[in-house]
Design a protein around this ligand. Structure first.
Ligand code: PLP
Length: 402
């Protein structure tokens, strides 16, 4: 007899299970298009040169030690991250009604934000796009939310945004509901609203008194331009919204396993900063007490040094242009083969992922027959494509669809 007899086996996490399966596969031409991590043209993980440089400098800095950080992390880091998101001139920063909190990457920012909203504002309902990053539901439920509801997002038919469905679902949301919005490079579809559509979305969010919780996991990584990728969040701030934004430095700094993130909080009154900060402090204190320093020190060091900052922007452009190039190559290869269907969505989509339009049976066939590892939803990570495997992947798609 054990206390644990009734514990049921949980479902595997698809993306991690897929990577394991791929690693164990001995087929030479196998391709991993599952995992959301950058790869070079040679298919290798990349530690950004600017990160290496910062690590070397920090390793030699004898003034740094391993004492605990404050509960809210490194101030210089969180304020640099918040400025990077909102822009130096942001009205919220000028009026001292925005601040940042260091978190355990983007996931940690979502989790801390969700728990604060559930605990301190009594929020119970959250909305997420259909489809969304698979972890949103678990994170918000574990954060204390009672009910997650979908808003329509992706249209199978047009392989693009279902803006009418999106707006209608927001219009029917109860007052005060929390709406998770992808700041840019929507995961998994790679399909973002246009500026005009964001304007319509903001109007409904305002009208229905909903609370926008942005998820920004790809700033700079999506288009290569930090300002462009933050434009939507900045627009909402200009419109006077109070909001949360979870920022991840996993992709744009390649710091996946260092867990570097920031929760940006925008309020409409500077007097609210102290009480809100104090309650977030209690949420974190009771969750993991205080964050680690290594990754946040790297980011902080780079963001505060103009020369390194410029190098980082070059590194970001290297990553985003390689992905854009791979989109072009994949589409071209599919078209040259005469693969059935229209493939313009591959180059219209943005960011790390592409929703290919392949259904579950076809996606499983890609894995089984061709050793091309992709999610059942038809999502592929563009980072796994290289000049040497893109033709192989295109042929596999062609064979699957004909
Ligand atoms: N949100 C979205 C939309 C993502 O795609 C990811 C990572 O894939 C995250 C959040 C969180 O990532 P991390 O916790 O590694 O920063």
């Amino acid at each position: 007899m054990s206390w644990f007899c009734d514990v049921e086996l949980g479902p595997p996490i698809e993306v991690f299970a897929l990577t394991k399966q791929c690693t164990e596969d001995t087929f030479e031409q196998k391709v991993n298009l599952g995992v959301g991590a950058y790869r070079t043209n040679e298919g290798k993980p990349w530690v950004l040169p600017v990160v290496r440089a910062a690590e070397k400098a920090l390793a030699n800095d004898e003034t740094l030690n391993k004492e605990y950080l404050p509960v809210l992390g490194i101030d210089a880091f969180s304020s640099a991250a918040t400025r990077m998101l909102l822009g130096e001139e942001s009205p919220a920063l000028v009026e001292n009604r925005a601040f940042g909190v260091q978190t355990l990457s983007g996931t940690g920012a979502l989790r801390v934000g969700a728990e604060f909203l559930a605990r301190n504002l009594g929020k119970t309902v959250f909305y997420y796009s259909s489809p969304t990053w698979e972890n949103h539901k678990l994170v918000f439920k574990n954060g204390g939310f009672l009910e997650g509801r979908e808003y329509r997002y992706w249209s199978e038919k047009t392989r693009g945004l279902d803006i009418d469905g999106f707006l209608e679902d927001l219009r029917n949301a109860p007052e005060g509901a929390v709406i998770i919005l992808h700041a840019c490079a929507h995961n998994p579809t790679g399909c973002d609203p246009t500026e005009e559509q964001w304007r319509q979305i903001a109007e409904v969010v305002k009208e229905r008194k909903l609370f926008p919780f942005f998820d920004s996991a790809y700033q700079g990584f999506a288009s290569g331009d930090l300002i462009k990728d933050a434009a939507t969040v900045r627009y909402f701030v200009q419109q006077g919204f109070e909001l949360f934004c979870a920022q991840s430095f996993a992709k744009n700094f390649g710091l996946y396993n260092e867990r570097v993130g920031n929760l940006t909080v925008v309020l409409n009154n500077a007097e609210l900063v102290a009480p809100v900060k104090s309650q977030i402090t209690l949420v974190i204190r009771g969750m993991y007490s205080n964050p680690p320093s290594h990754g946040a020190r790297i980011v902080s060091y780079v963001l505060s040094n103009p020369d390194l900052y410029n190098q980082w922007r070059d590194n970001i452009r290297t990553m985003s242009s390689r992905i854009i190039e791979m989109r072009k190559k994949l589409r071209e290869a599919l078209e040259v083969l005469g693969t059935p269907g229209d493939w313009t969505h591959i180059t219209n989509q943005i960011g790390m992922f592409s929703y290919t339009g392949l259904n579950e049976i076809q996606s499983l066939h890609m894995v089984k027959k061709h050793h091309v590892y992709m999610l059942r939803s038809g999502r592929i990570s563009m980072c796994g494509l290289t000049p040497s495997n893109v033709d192989y992947v295109a042929k596999a798609i062609y064979e699957t669809l004909t």
